[in-house]
Design a protein around this ligand. Sequence first.
Ligand code: CTP
Length: 410
Amino acid sequence: MLQGKKIVLGITGSIAAYKSCLIIRELVKRGAEVQVVITPAGKEFITPITLSALTQKPVVSEFFSQRDGTWNSHVKLGLWADAMLIAPCTASTLGKMAHGVADNMLITTYLSMKAPVFVAPAMDLDMYAHPTTQQNMETLKSFGNHIIEPQSGFLASGLEGKGRMEDPEKIVSYLDNYFSATPSNAASSGATHTAELSGKKILITAGPTYEKIDPVRFIGNYSSGKMGYALAEECANRGAEVVLVSGPVSLTTSHPRIKVVSVESCQQMYAAATESFPSCQAAILCAAVADFRPAVVAEQKIKRVGQTMDIHLVPNPDIAAQLGKMKKPDQVLVGFALETNDEQQNAQHKLEKKNLDFIVLNSLRNAGTCFQSDQNQVSIISRDGKRDYDRKPKNAVASDIVDELCNRIH
Ligand code: CTP
């Protein structure tokens, strides 16, 4: 969806500047036209000759290109572009953007920009973690700018890897995704799916839950979150705003229309889901939620004493059933059922009990599907009957499920 798009690529003085060549190559490969604007410090890291050879355009850097009165118009660039991408973006440039310090061509272009702006920060961890940088990023977000950075994911949480510029291909995919579901593109692309969920907000739960036993142990399950993340990407690619309430998984997404809310336990997932649901048109409950949790969480690590050990469990809230109670007539609720026996009967029972519109049945009898796998084989059961699907990659299954959702959402 970047075909024919005009992109101003701002490059600043970071060691990651060499990666802007890969960004240009990827943008050009996807059909975009690229105009580079580089800061004086950026030129210390990469030469304009390399950049102009890749873009087939002179690189803009100085306000005045020659000493003959010709000057580069940042205003024209601001009108020309369909998007501005600043990658890599240093802490210094972030600060100048947040405060309007227009002392170079890149910042004046930014301030004149009429198109959406995307920023991929690149700096060392200390600079990234400094409150000034964090505040500047918040300021830019509040201006509507998109910050593209590697998502840490639960299993590498905290600041690990932060400050590093996102991979060039992921940066370009972010832009691609952004354009693929803007309604103006849908009309011209001829794609049947594109933007059919535009204006809709969808809640998705994904992954396992971890129920704490003590500070170092938990009760969990093998869910990888792949199905839920595939559903989130599918809905977002069709234009929906997605709230993805995710249990602990190693997956990440940087889709501009997916907001990830990371949780650990069922109770946290319940709180996040019940808060979001009233403002959503649909919810897909894909998480493998623990039905029980330890009655007490030991404050200290439990020691090995005696020959046996008992953990007393108490029931967790049922998120699906609660959303089923809250559901308004114009909301659509989709559940999953994982069964080993009496599949159809059990799934139908869950459909009624939880007030779902349809339920996606996974059978553990289908070897090589379900948990941890990239493939899945499902049936969709609703009050209208049952439909069986072939075994497919999870993203193709996601497409079938979202097709069914689109038939029901208005
Ligand atoms: N679910 C939920 N909250 C729970 C348990 C389940 O939201 N506490 C959702 C799951 O995300 C799924 C559906 O309910 O969409 C069915 O989950 P499953 O575990 O198969 O059903 P249970 O109601 O737990 O029934 P059982 O364990 O008896 O099979």
